[in-house]
Design a protein around this ligand. Structure first.
Ligand code: SIN
Length: 303
C-alpha cells in the first residue's frame, strides 16, 4: 500500500509501500503527482533501482529531456551527476545545479519533475554531505505584498540558459563558455512571472536566480530591483527545506513550485554519484491528462 507521509517543514513528504522497479497503478501515479504539487519534494527511501526502471518511472510524468553527454551507457536519458573520476575523466557532471534555479525555464516547454537516485553520498564524521536545498515558491507567493501581486499579475520575464552557465564559470566551474551557435540554438524565452500551478491551482513565483534575466514590463533598473526583491523573498528561511541524502533514496521534486540548489560542501575525494531524469512540463499542462488522471481543470496561464 502506497503511503505518503508529509514532513513538518514547508516542503517534503516520504513515500513508502512501493517498489519503483514496477510500474505504479494509475491511481497510485495520480496520488504521487498530486502529492508532488502539494509537498513539492517526495522521497522514496530504500529503492534498489537501476537506470532502465528509473527512466520508466520518470517517463510517466512527461517527456524526458536529454541534455548531457555524461549519461548512463544503456539509457541516454538518464544522466550522471558525479565527481567520481575514471581514466582521468569525470564520469558525470561534477557541479550540476550548484546554485539556486528551477530546471529548464530557459526552454519554451520548461521542466516539471526531476527524478534523482542516490548511488553514492559523501560522508564526513558520520554526517552526509552534498545535500539538496529547496525553496517553496507557492508559499512565498502567498505572502507577497498585494501591490506586488497586482503590479506583476500579467507580467512576463525572460529566461536565458547562458546566464547560469556564466555564473557557474565565475564561481570557478570548468564548463566551457557557450559558443555562438549554442546560444543561437537556445535563445532566451519568456514565461509569466506568476504561474498558476497546474496541480494545486495556487499561484507560484516563476522567476529564479539561475535563468531569469529581466521582467519585460519594467525598465532595466526596476526589473533588477524587483528580481532582487523576489529572489531574497523566496530564500527566506521559512520557505526553505534541505534534503540530506541516504544511498538508494529516489527523490522527485516539482520544478513548477520550488527552486533547488545542490550544496557543494564536499571535497574532490568525497564522492557523490546521482543518476537523474529530467521531465518536461508537457503532459502536466495537457487538458486531457489533467482532467482524466488528476481530475483538475487546466490553468489559464499554462506554459
Ligand atoms: C540538479 O540541479 O538537477 C542537481 C541537484 C543535485 O544533484 O542535488
Amino acid at each position: 500500500m502506497l503511503k505518503i507521509e508529509p514532513g513538518t517543514a514547508t516542503l517534503g513528504a516520504t513515500v513508502t509501500g512501493v517498489d519503483l522497479n514496477h510500474p505504479l497503478s494509475d491511481a497510485d501515479h495520480a496520488r504521487v503527482v498530486k502529492a508532488l504539487g502539494q509537498h513539492g519534494v517526495l522521497c522514496f527511501p530504500r529503492q534498489l533501482i537501476e537506470a532502465t526502471a528509473l527512466r520508466a518511472f520518470s517517463a510517466r510524468f512527461g517527456s524526458l529531456q536529454m541534455i548531457s553527454r555524461l549519461a548512463d551507457a544503456a539509457e541516454p536519458e538518464v544522466s550522471i551527476l558525479s565527481n567520481v573520476v575514471e581514466n582521468g575523466r569525470y564520469i558525470g557532471t561534477p557541479d550540476a545545479g550548484q546554485d539556486w534555479h528551477t530546471d529548464m525555464t530557459y526552454n519554451r516547454v520548461a521542466g516539471f519533475v526531476n527524478v534523482l537516485v542516490a548511488k553514492q553520498v559523501p560522508m564526513r564524521d558520520g554526517r552526509p554531505l552534498g545535500a539538496t536545498d529547496f525553496a517553496n515558491t507557492q508559499a512565498a507567493y502567498d505572502d507577497l505584498p498585494s501591490e506586488v501581486k497586482t503590479g506583476l499579475a500579467t507580467a512576463t520575464a525572460m529566461h536565458d540558459h547562458n546566464q547560469f552557465q556564466e555564473h557557474m564559470r565565475r564561481k570557478g566551474s570548468q564548463r566551457p563558455p557557450q559558443t555562438e551557435s549554442q546560444r543561437r540554438e537556445r535563445p532566451p524565452v519568456q514565461h509569466p512571472v506568476f504561474l498558476t500551478h497546474p496541480i494545486t491551482g495556487r499561484k507560484v513565483i516563476y522567476v529564479n536566480p539561475g535563468f531569469t534575466t529581466r521582467i519585460n514590463e519594467l525598465d532595466e533598473a526596476e526589473s533588477q530591483q524587483m528580481l532582487d526583491f523576489l529572489f531574497a523573498h523566496v530564500l527566506l528561511p521559512k520557505y526553505r527545506y534541505t534534503h540530506h541524502w541516504t544511498v538508494d533514496d529516489v527523490l522527485i521534486w516539482d520544478h513548477l513550485g520550488t527552486w533547488h540548489c545542490a550544496v557543494a560542501d564536499y571535497a574532490p575525494h568525497e564522492y557523490r554519484l546521482m543518476k537523474r531524469c529530467q521531465v518536461l512540463a508537457d503532459k502536466i499542462f495537457d487538458p486531457a491528462y489533467l482532467q482524466t488522471t488528476l481530475h483538475v481543470a487546466t490553468p489559464e496561464n499554462a506554459i
